[in-house]
Write a protein that binds this ligand. Structure first.
Ligand SMILES: Cc1ncc(C[n+]2csc(CCOP(=O)(O)OP(=O)(O)O)c2C)c(N)n1
Length: 283
């Protein structure tokens, strides 16, 4: 059966601000899943808290919602339980790199076969625009009238320092390219970290669509870590595409000696064990 947009759309009205990058990011995500012909019942979407997380009821699929940064461990759990599912986590820079940063780091190290979309609008948007660790040092926002004092985190630099198997960058202003990047991430066997440079016209208007567009440069996929590092550290440009892929790193399951040559999934195996005794403790 051919999957189309009506399989993924819901009737829930959007509450994002006019011009929010989330509209295009959602369209790109749906496009990627449709082009891969994945049915929503084969997809787990794990959302974080924030404007990005409010997308959780605007797309079909098995959806869960976690607190800041926890969209990643929920996604990891779903993947470990059932590798038949395509598992994607959707998360903001505030949740992923500020409040819940540890989960991203360990998921990259483990190389779980999931895809994480990091919506980088450089602020906590749902709470009306405060600085996060990805906002520029000195940036003034609500709650920080004198400007951010701490140093900032460069997502690409952080990810590349962790020996990742896949790091890509897309742009909310180019949903067609972003959809192709998300497709590459989903198809990659291992952890796919996809940073999405996202406009937030309401709370971060300085990072305007025009300014970001003028910095974007698309690049071909690379397996050269030094080139990738140079690209993510370039202040003048925002390179998009698959910035780095290392296919020689095995994904988590392939490294588990006790799971080799086993065809079933944990979600099947657990059915062979009665958990009524455990559940009775909660009744
Ligand atoms: C433990 C906790 N701290 C703070 C909040 C308030 N809070 C809700 S959404 C949010 C901002 C999320 O920012 P980000 O992850 O960047 O997503 P965005 O809204 O920008 O898409 C914050 C701080 C909360 N809900 N729970």
């Amino acid at each position: 059966m051919k999957i189309d947009i009506f399989d993924y759309n819901t009737n829930v009205k959007n509450t994002w601000c006019p011009g929010c990058g989330n509209f295009n990011i959602h369209m790109a995500l749906k496009t990627a899943l449709i082009e891969l012909n994945r049915h929503p019942s084969d997809v787990v979407l794990s959302f974080d808290i924030g404007c990005n997380g409010n997308g959780g009821d605007k797309i079909e699929g098995f959806r869960v919602k976690g607190l800041h940064g926890r969209a990643i461990p929920f996604a990891v759990g779903a993947h470990i339980a059932n590798r038949r599912m395509t598992v994607i986590a959707d998360i903001g820079d505030g949740g992923c790199l500020h409040e819940g940063i540890d989960h991203l780091i360990h998921a990259i190290r483990s190389n779980y076969d999931i895809t994480v979309l990091i919506h980088n609008n450089e602020n906590f948007a749902l709470t009306t625009g405060q600085i996060t660790s990805t906002s520029d040092t000195g940036k003034r926002m609500y709650g920080f009238p004198n400007g951010k004092t701490e140093g900032d985190i460069n997502i690409g630099e952080l990810v590349l320092s962790l020996n990742p198997s896949f790091y890509a960058r897309g742009f909310s202003g180019d949903p067609i390219h972003l959809a192709q990047i998300i497709k590459s991430g989903i198809k990659h066997k291992g952890f796919s970290a996809i940073e999405i440079v996202q406009v937030c016209p309401t709370y971060n208007p300085e990072n305007s669509l025009e300014l970001l567009k003028s910095k974007i440069e698309k690049v071909e996929e690379s397996d050269d870590i030094e080139i990738a590092r140079k690209r993510v550290c370039d202040d003048k440009k925002l390179y998009t595409g698959v910035i780095y892929r290392n296919s020689s790193i095995k994904d988590y399951y392939s490294k588990l000696k006790n799971r080799q040559n086993i065809k079933s999934e944990l979600v099947d195996e657990v059915k062979n064990h009665s958990i009524s005794n455990i559940l009775s403790d909660f009744q």
